[in-house]
Design a protein around this ligand. Sequence first.
Ligand SMILES: [Cu+2]
Length: 434
Amino acid sequence: MRGRMAIVVAAGALAAVGAACGGDAGGAQSREVLVDYVHDEFAASYLAYFPRDVTLRPGDTVNFRQEWTGEPHSVTMGTMVDEMMGVISPLIEKYGHLPDDEIPPEVFEEFMAASAALPYMLPDTLEGGPVNQNVGQPCYLDEGAPPEDPMEPCTDEQQEQPAFDGRQSYYNSGFIPYAGERGNTFDVVLANDIEPGTYAYYCNVHGPFQAGTITVVGADEEIPSEADVARQALAEIEEVTAPLAAALEEARASDAATIFGQEVRKPYAGWGSDEPTTTHAVIDEFIPKENTVTVGESITWSFVGGHTVSFNVPDYFTQLSIEDDGTVIFSPDALQPRGGPGHPAAEGPPPGEGEAEGEGAPGGEGEGEGGGPPGGPPPEPVAVDAGTWDGRSFLSSGMFFDGTYSVTFTEPGRYSYACLVHPAMVGSVVVEEA
Ligand SMILES: [Cu+2]
Protein backbone atom coordinates (compact mmCIF):
# COMPACT_ATOMS: atom_id res chain seq x y z
CA MET A 1 0.00 0.00 0.00
CA ARG A 2 2.80 2.37 0.79
CA GLY A 3 4.52 1.74 -2.53
CA ARG A 4 1.41 2.80 -4.28
CA MET A 5 1.30 6.02 -2.34
CA ALA A 6 4.95 6.72 -2.95
CA ILE A 7 4.26 7.44 -6.58
CA VAL A 8 1.66 10.06 -5.80
CA VAL A 9 2.31 13.51 -6.91
CA ALA A 10 3.90 17.02 -1.81
CA ALA A 11 6.42 27.43 8.74
CA GLY A 12 4.26 26.03 11.20
CA ALA A 13 3.53 28.77 13.71
CA LEU A 14 1.84 26.17 15.85
CA ALA A 15 2.08 28.17 18.99
CA ALA A 16 -0.11 30.84 17.50
CA VAL A 17 -2.78 28.61 16.05
CA GLY A 18 -6.48 29.02 16.43
CA ALA A 19 -6.40 32.10 18.58
CA ALA A 20 -9.78 33.28 17.33
CA CYS A 21 -12.22 31.61 19.68
CA GLY A 22 -10.16 30.46 22.64
CA GLY A 23 -10.76 31.28 26.22
CA ASP A 24 -14.49 31.77 26.16
CA ALA A 25 -15.57 28.73 28.11
CA GLY A 26 -19.24 29.38 27.55
CA GLY A 27 -19.22 30.01 23.81
CA ALA A 28 -18.49 27.98 20.73
CA GLN A 29 -14.89 26.90 20.38
CA SER A 30 -12.69 26.28 17.41
CA ARG A 31 -9.67 24.04 16.95
CA GLU A 32 -7.14 24.04 14.16
CA VAL A 33 -6.12 21.02 12.09
CA LEU A 34 -3.17 21.34 9.72
CA VAL A 35 -3.46 20.04 6.18
CA ASP A 36 0.10 19.14 5.05
CA TYR A 37 3.07 20.79 6.76
CA VAL A 38 5.94 23.06 5.78
CA HIS A 39 9.07 21.99 7.63
CA ASP A 40 11.73 24.62 8.14
CA GLU A 41 14.76 22.29 7.85
CA PHE A 42 14.06 20.65 4.52
CA ALA A 43 11.35 20.77 1.88
CA ALA A 44 8.80 17.98 2.17
CA SER A 45 5.16 17.21 1.61
CA TYR A 46 3.21 15.61 4.43
CA LEU A 47 0.23 13.72 3.04
CA ALA A 48 -1.51 13.95 6.37
CA TYR A 49 -3.60 16.00 8.77
CA PHE A 50 -2.25 17.11 12.15
CA PRO A 51 -3.50 16.18 14.65
CA ARG A 52 -5.09 13.07 13.28
CA ASP A 53 -8.06 13.38 15.62
CA VAL A 54 -9.64 16.49 17.08
CA THR A 55 -12.37 16.59 19.71
CA LEU A 56 -15.11 19.22 19.72
CA ARG A 57 -18.71 19.78 20.76
CA PRO A 58 -21.82 20.49 18.71
CA GLY A 59 -21.76 24.12 17.54
CA ASP A 60 -17.93 24.24 17.52
CA THR A 61 -15.75 24.70 14.43
CA VAL A 62 -12.84 22.81 12.93
CA ASN A 63 -10.48 25.19 11.12
CA PHE A 64 -8.55 23.21 8.56
CA ARG A 65 -5.48 25.23 7.67
CA GLN A 66 -3.42 24.09 4.73
CA GLU A 67 0.32 24.65 4.59
CA TRP A 68 1.17 24.93 0.93
CA THR A 69 3.89 22.54 -0.22
CA GLY A 70 2.59 22.33 -3.78
CA GLU A 71 0.55 19.19 -3.14
CA PRO A 72 -3.19 19.56 -3.70
CA HIS A 73 -5.54 18.33 -0.98
CA SER A 74 -9.19 18.11 -0.03
CA VAL A 75 -11.11 17.49 3.17
CA THR A 76 -13.83 15.02 2.26
CA MET A 77 -16.29 13.57 4.75
CA GLY A 78 -19.87 12.33 5.05
CA THR A 79 -21.47 8.92 5.57
CA MET A 80 -19.92 7.57 2.34
CA VAL A 81 -16.50 8.36 3.78
CA ASP A 82 -17.43 6.92 7.19
CA GLU A 83 -18.35 3.69 5.44
CA MET A 84 -15.18 3.57 3.37
CA MET A 85 -12.90 4.34 6.30
CA GLY A 86 -14.83 1.83 8.39
CA VAL A 87 -13.39 -0.84 6.09
CA ILE A 88 -10.01 0.75 5.46
CA SER A 89 -8.93 2.13 8.86
CA PRO A 90 -8.69 -1.35 10.46
CA LEU A 91 -6.69 -2.58 7.44
CA ILE A 92 -4.26 0.32 7.71
CA GLU A 93 -3.96 -0.22 11.43
CA LYS A 94 -3.24 -3.92 11.03
CA TYR A 95 -1.12 -3.95 7.86
CA GLY A 96 -0.07 -0.36 7.11
CA HIS A 97 3.29 -0.63 8.88
CA LEU A 98 4.29 -3.80 6.98
CA PRO A 99 6.36 -3.96 3.80
CA ASP A 100 4.20 -4.55 0.72
CA ASP A 101 5.37 -8.15 0.24
CA GLU A 102 4.22 -9.13 3.72
CA ILE A 103 0.67 -7.94 3.13
CA PRO A 104 -1.75 -10.66 1.94
CA PRO A 105 -3.05 -9.95 -1.60
CA GLU A 106 -6.66 -10.12 -0.43
CA VAL A 107 -5.97 -7.20 1.89
CA PHE A 108 -4.84 -5.13 -1.08
CA GLU A 109 -7.99 -6.13 -2.93
CA GLU A 110 -10.24 -5.20 -0.04
CA PHE A 111 -8.41 -1.89 0.32
CA MET A 112 -8.62 -1.10 -3.39
CA ALA A 113 -12.29 -2.07 -3.64
CA ALA A 114 -13.24 0.12 -0.68
CA SER A 115 -11.20 3.13 -1.84
CA ALA A 116 -12.46 2.81 -5.42
CA ALA A 117 -16.05 3.17 -4.18
CA LEU A 118 -15.50 6.93 -3.93
CA PRO A 119 -14.35 9.11 -6.81
CA TYR A 120 -10.88 10.61 -6.92
CA MET A 121 -10.06 14.16 -7.94
CA LEU A 122 -7.27 13.27 -10.34
CA PRO A 123 -8.06 11.32 -13.51
CA ASP A 124 -6.29 7.98 -14.03
CA THR A 125 -4.23 9.47 -16.81
CA LEU A 126 -2.63 12.79 -16.10
CA GLU A 127 -2.39 14.94 -19.19
CA GLY A 128 -3.21 18.35 -17.86
CA GLY A 129 -6.48 20.20 -18.18
CA PRO A 130 -9.65 19.79 -16.11
CA VAL A 131 -9.46 17.30 -13.25
CA ASN A 132 -12.56 15.33 -12.16
CA GLN A 133 -14.97 18.17 -11.50
CA ASN A 134 -17.52 15.99 -9.66
CA VAL A 135 -15.18 15.91 -6.66
CA GLY A 136 -12.60 18.58 -7.56
CA GLN A 137 -15.24 21.24 -6.92
CA PRO A 138 -17.00 21.57 -3.54
CA CYS A 139 -20.00 19.31 -3.03
CA TYR A 140 -22.37 18.99 -0.08
CA LEU A 141 -25.06 16.34 -0.39
CA ASP A 142 -27.72 15.29 2.11
CA GLU A 143 -28.04 12.01 0.29
CA GLY A 144 -26.66 10.17 -2.71
CA ALA A 145 -23.29 10.29 -4.39
CA PRO A 146 -21.64 13.04 -6.43
CA PRO A 147 -22.31 12.97 -10.20
CA GLU A 148 -21.01 9.89 -12.00
CA ASP A 149 -19.74 11.93 -14.93
CA PRO A 150 -16.33 13.11 -13.75
CA MET A 151 -16.70 16.31 -15.78
CA GLU A 152 -20.01 17.23 -14.10
CA PRO A 153 -19.61 19.39 -11.00
CA CYS A 154 -22.22 19.45 -8.27
CA THR A 155 -24.82 22.18 -8.74
CA ASP A 156 -24.30 25.72 -7.44
CA GLU A 157 -26.75 25.00 -4.65
CA GLN A 158 -24.90 21.79 -3.71
CA GLN A 159 -21.68 23.78 -3.60
CA GLU A 160 -22.95 26.00 -0.77
CA GLN A 161 -21.46 24.75 2.46
CA PRO A 162 -23.90 23.95 5.28
CA ALA A 163 -22.92 23.07 8.85
CA PHE A 164 -21.79 19.45 9.16
CA ASP A 165 -24.50 17.39 10.84
CA GLY A 166 -22.88 13.96 10.51
CA ARG A 167 -25.77 12.69 8.39
CA GLN A 168 -24.83 14.22 5.05
CA SER A 169 -23.79 11.54 2.58
CA TYR A 170 -21.00 13.55 1.01
CA TYR A 171 -19.38 16.69 2.36
CA ASN A 172 -16.41 17.73 0.29
CA SER A 173 -14.25 20.87 0.28
CA GLY A 174 -13.03 20.09 -3.22
CA PHE A 175 -9.51 21.25 -4.07
CA ILE A 176 -8.34 23.65 -1.37
CA PRO A 177 -6.59 26.38 -3.35
CA TYR A 178 -3.33 28.06 -2.44
CA ALA A 179 -4.65 31.60 -2.74
CA GLY A 180 -7.87 33.57 -3.03
CA GLU A 181 -10.99 33.66 -0.89
CA ARG A 182 -10.76 29.99 0.13
CA GLY A 183 -6.97 30.08 0.08
CA ASN A 184 -5.49 27.39 2.31
CA THR A 185 -8.56 27.26 4.56
CA PHE A 186 -11.61 25.09 5.06
CA ASP A 187 -13.79 25.71 8.11
CA VAL A 188 -16.30 23.11 9.22
CA VAL A 189 -19.01 24.22 11.64
CA LEU A 190 -20.45 21.27 13.57
CA ALA A 191 -24.23 21.52 13.58
CA ASN A 192 -25.98 21.93 16.92
CA ASP A 193 -27.83 18.68 16.36
CA ILE A 194 -24.84 16.53 15.37
CA GLU A 195 -24.80 13.26 17.34
CA PRO A 196 -21.78 12.57 19.53
CA GLY A 197 -19.50 10.13 17.75
CA THR A 198 -16.46 9.89 15.52
CA TYR A 199 -16.57 11.18 11.95
CA ALA A 200 -14.00 10.30 9.32
CA TYR A 201 -12.54 12.48 6.60
CA TYR A 202 -9.86 11.92 3.98
CA CYS A 203 -8.12 13.56 1.02
CA ASN A 204 -9.66 12.62 -2.32
CA VAL A 205 -6.38 13.41 -4.09
CA HIS A 206 -4.03 11.23 -2.04
CA GLY A 207 -6.48 8.62 -0.82
CA PRO A 208 -7.35 6.97 2.49
CA PHE A 209 -3.81 7.02 3.88
CA GLN A 210 -4.33 10.76 4.22
CA ALA A 211 -7.19 10.71 6.68
CA GLY A 212 -8.34 11.95 10.04
CA THR A 213 -11.29 12.01 12.39
CA ILE A 214 -13.43 14.53 14.21
CA THR A 215 -14.71 13.29 17.55
CA VAL A 216 -17.86 15.02 18.75
CA VAL A 217 -18.66 14.84 22.45
CA GLY A 218 -21.71 16.02 24.36
CA ALA A 219 -22.37 19.73 24.83
CA ASP A 220 -21.39 19.62 28.53
CA GLU A 221 -18.23 17.56 28.14
CA GLU A 222 -14.64 18.78 28.38
CA ILE A 223 -12.51 19.04 25.26
CA PRO A 224 -8.72 19.34 24.89
CA SER A 225 -7.51 22.95 24.85
CA GLU A 226 -6.02 24.69 21.83
CA ALA A 227 -2.58 24.25 23.37
CA ASP A 228 -3.21 20.50 23.81
CA VAL A 229 -4.27 20.21 20.18
CA ALA A 230 -1.23 22.14 18.96
CA ARG A 231 1.10 19.99 21.09
CA GLN A 232 -0.47 16.82 19.76
CA ALA A 233 -0.09 18.06 16.18
CA LEU A 234 3.57 18.86 16.74
CA ALA A 235 4.24 15.45 18.32
CA GLU A 236 2.69 13.71 15.32
CA ILE A 237 4.68 15.88 12.91
CA GLU A 238 7.89 15.02 14.73
CA GLU A 239 7.09 11.34 14.56
CA VAL A 240 6.71 11.53 10.78
CA THR A 241 9.73 13.79 10.35
CA ALA A 242 12.27 11.62 12.19
CA PRO A 243 12.55 8.81 9.57
CA LEU A 244 12.47 11.40 6.76
CA ALA A 245 15.34 13.35 8.27
CA ALA A 246 17.35 10.14 8.70
CA ALA A 247 16.66 9.14 5.08
CA LEU A 248 17.76 12.57 3.87
CA GLU A 249 21.06 12.24 5.77
CA GLU A 250 21.68 8.89 4.11
CA ALA A 251 20.78 10.26 0.70
CA ARG A 252 23.23 13.13 1.08
CA ALA A 253 25.99 10.69 2.03
CA SER A 254 25.39 8.23 -0.83
CA ASP A 255 26.15 8.33 -4.56
CA ALA A 256 23.71 5.61 -5.48
CA ALA A 257 20.99 3.72 -3.69
CA THR A 258 17.98 1.47 -4.03
CA ILE A 259 14.78 3.12 -2.91
CA PHE A 260 11.17 2.06 -3.43
CA GLY A 261 12.53 -0.88 -5.44
CA GLN A 262 14.32 1.38 -7.89
CA GLU A 263 18.07 1.82 -8.38
CA VAL A 264 18.96 5.48 -8.39
CA ARG A 265 22.09 7.51 -8.89
CA LYS A 266 22.86 11.09 -7.88
CA PRO A 267 21.66 13.69 -8.39
CA TYR A 268 18.33 12.62 -6.93
CA ALA A 269 15.16 14.55 -7.70
CA GLY A 270 13.08 13.91 -4.61
CA TRP A 271 13.56 11.41 -1.80
CA GLY A 272 11.70 9.54 0.87
CA SER A 273 11.95 7.02 3.63
CA ASP A 274 11.84 3.36 2.69
CA GLU A 275 10.51 2.50 6.12
CA PRO A 276 6.93 1.29 6.00
CA THR A 277 4.69 3.75 7.78
CA THR A 278 1.04 4.58 8.00
CA THR A 279 1.63 8.28 7.44
CA HIS A 280 3.04 9.24 4.10
CA ALA A 281 5.46 12.08 3.61
CA VAL A 282 8.00 12.72 0.89
CA ILE A 283 11.10 14.88 0.61
CA ASP A 284 10.93 17.62 -2.03
CA GLU A 285 14.65 18.24 -2.44
CA PHE A 286 17.23 17.96 -5.18
CA ILE A 287 20.17 16.07 -3.69
CA PRO A 288 22.70 17.61 -3.93
CA LYS A 289 21.31 21.08 -4.52
CA GLU A 290 24.22 22.06 -6.74
CA ASN A 291 26.02 20.16 -9.49
CA THR A 292 29.07 21.23 -11.46
CA VAL A 293 29.89 20.01 -14.98
CA THR A 294 32.05 21.22 -17.85
CA VAL A 295 30.71 22.30 -21.23
CA GLY A 296 29.57 19.29 -23.22
CA GLU A 297 28.88 17.15 -20.18
CA SER A 298 25.47 16.00 -19.09
CA ILE A 299 23.66 15.52 -15.82
CA THR A 300 21.23 12.66 -15.25
CA TRP A 301 18.66 13.08 -12.50
CA SER A 302 17.00 10.06 -10.86
CA PHE A 303 13.43 10.75 -9.82
CA VAL A 304 11.98 9.57 -6.54
CA GLY A 305 8.35 10.64 -6.34
CA GLY A 306 6.41 12.98 -8.61
CA HIS A 307 8.66 15.88 -9.60
CA THR A 308 9.98 17.87 -12.53
CA VAL A 309 13.41 19.30 -13.41
CA SER A 310 12.70 22.68 -14.98
CA PHE A 311 14.99 25.48 -16.16
CA ASN A 312 14.02 29.09 -16.89
CA VAL A 313 10.63 28.57 -15.33
CA PRO A 314 7.90 31.14 -15.79
CA ASP A 315 6.51 32.96 -12.73
CA TYR A 316 5.24 30.63 -10.03
CA PHE A 317 2.03 28.83 -10.79
CA THR A 318 0.35 26.03 -8.87
CA GLN A 319 -0.10 22.61 -10.40
CA LEU A 320 -3.82 22.82 -9.68
CA SER A 321 -5.79 26.04 -9.91
CA ILE A 322 -9.40 27.20 -10.08
CA GLU A 323 -10.70 29.11 -13.06
CA ASP A 324 -13.28 31.89 -12.79
CA ASP A 325 -16.15 29.52 -13.52
CA GLY A 326 -15.02 27.13 -10.79
CA THR A 327 -13.33 24.60 -13.05
CA VAL A 328 -10.34 22.99 -11.36
CA ILE A 329 -7.49 22.43 -13.78
CA PHE A 330 -4.18 20.61 -13.63
CA SER A 331 -1.62 22.78 -15.37
CA PRO A 332 -0.32 21.14 -18.56
CA ASP A 333 2.81 23.28 -18.14
CA ALA A 334 3.53 21.51 -14.85
CA LEU A 335 2.83 18.04 -16.20
CA GLN A 336 4.08 18.00 -19.74
CA PRO A 337 7.64 18.38 -20.97
CA ARG A 338 8.60 21.74 -22.43
CA GLY A 339 11.48 22.63 -24.71
CA GLY A 340 12.54 19.05 -25.44
CA PRO A 341 11.70 15.42 -24.92
CA GLY A 342 10.54 14.41 -21.47
CA HIS A 343 7.90 12.45 -19.63
CA PRO A 344 5.08 11.82 -20.36
CA ALA A 345 5.78 13.27 -23.80
CA ALA A 346 5.03 11.77 -27.16
CA GLU A 347 8.70 12.40 -27.98
CA GLY A 348 9.89 10.31 -25.08
CA PRO A 349 10.64 6.61 -25.27
CA PRO A 350 7.85 4.13 -24.58
CA PRO A 351 7.60 3.27 -20.91
CA GLY A 352 10.21 0.71 -19.97
CA GLU A 353 12.27 1.03 -23.12
CA GLY A 354 15.81 2.26 -23.11
CA GLU A 355 15.84 2.33 -19.37
CA ALA A 356 19.09 0.43 -18.93
CA GLU A 357 21.13 2.40 -21.44
CA GLY A 358 19.57 5.80 -21.04
CA GLU A 359 18.86 5.97 -24.73
CA GLY A 360 15.69 8.00 -24.74
CA ALA A 361 16.29 9.18 -28.26
CA PRO A 362 14.54 12.38 -29.24
CA GLY A 363 11.99 11.58 -31.89
CA GLY A 364 11.15 8.15 -30.46
CA GLU A 365 7.67 6.83 -30.89
CA GLY A 366 6.69 6.39 -27.26
CA GLU A 367 3.25 6.91 -25.91
CA GLY A 368 4.42 7.99 -22.45
CA GLU A 369 1.77 7.04 -19.98
CA GLY A 370 0.64 9.84 -17.77
CA GLY A 371 1.99 9.57 -14.30
CA GLY A 372 0.64 7.47 -11.51
CA PRO A 373 -2.27 8.96 -9.64
CA PRO A 374 -4.13 6.84 -7.11
CA GLY A 375 -6.11 4.21 -8.95
CA GLY A 376 -3.75 4.03 -11.92
CA PRO A 377 -1.10 1.38 -12.45
CA PRO A 378 2.41 2.54 -11.68
CA PRO A 379 4.16 3.48 -14.92
CA GLU A 380 7.38 1.71 -15.88
CA PRO A 381 10.53 3.74 -15.21
CA VAL A 382 11.73 5.59 -18.28
CA ALA A 383 15.07 7.12 -19.18
CA VAL A 384 14.79 10.30 -21.21
CA ASP A 385 17.64 12.18 -22.82
CA ALA A 386 16.56 15.76 -23.45
CA GLY A 387 19.64 16.36 -25.59
CA THR A 388 21.60 19.60 -25.50
CA TRP A 389 20.48 22.84 -23.89
CA ASP A 390 22.15 26.23 -24.27
CA GLY A 391 20.74 27.80 -21.13
CA ARG A 392 18.30 30.13 -22.87
CA SER A 393 14.90 28.47 -23.25
CA PHE A 394 12.22 27.10 -20.92
CA LEU A 395 13.21 23.46 -20.52
CA SER A 396 11.12 21.13 -18.37
CA SER A 397 11.21 17.37 -17.92
CA GLY A 398 7.50 16.98 -17.40
CA MET A 399 6.29 15.00 -14.41
CA PHE A 400 8.36 11.91 -13.65
CA PHE A 401 7.46 9.54 -10.84
CA ASP A 402 10.63 7.49 -11.26
CA GLY A 403 13.18 6.93 -14.01
CA THR A 404 15.79 9.41 -15.23
CA TYR A 405 16.16 12.63 -17.22
CA SER A 406 19.43 13.79 -18.81
CA VAL A 407 20.46 17.22 -20.07
CA THR A 408 23.73 18.08 -21.84
CA PHE A 409 24.96 21.62 -21.17
CA THR A 410 26.60 23.56 -24.00
CA GLU A 411 27.18 27.03 -22.54
CA PRO A 412 29.13 28.01 -19.42
CA GLY A 413 27.12 29.67 -16.70
CA ARG A 414 25.16 29.12 -13.56
CA TYR A 415 21.62 27.87 -14.04
CA SER A 416 19.03 27.55 -11.34
CA TYR A 417 16.25 25.06 -11.77
CA ALA A 418 13.12 24.06 -9.90
CA CYS A 419 10.41 21.47 -9.59
CA LEU A 420 7.25 22.92 -11.06
CA VAL A 421 4.97 21.21 -8.57
CA HIS A 422 6.89 21.81 -5.35
CA PRO A 423 7.81 25.50 -4.98
CA ALA A 424 10.47 24.90 -2.33
CA MET A 425 12.30 22.36 -4.49
CA VAL A 426 15.15 24.21 -6.21
CA GLY A 427 18.70 23.50 -7.34
CA SER A 428 21.44 24.85 -9.57
CA VAL A 429 23.86 23.65 -12.21
CA VAL A 430 27.24 25.28 -12.69
CA VAL A 431 28.66 24.76 -16.17
CA GLU A 432 32.39 25.48 -16.43
CA GLU A 433 34.48 26.13 -19.55
CA ALA A 434 35.92 22.93 -20.96
CU1 LIG B 1 8.76 18.24 -6.68
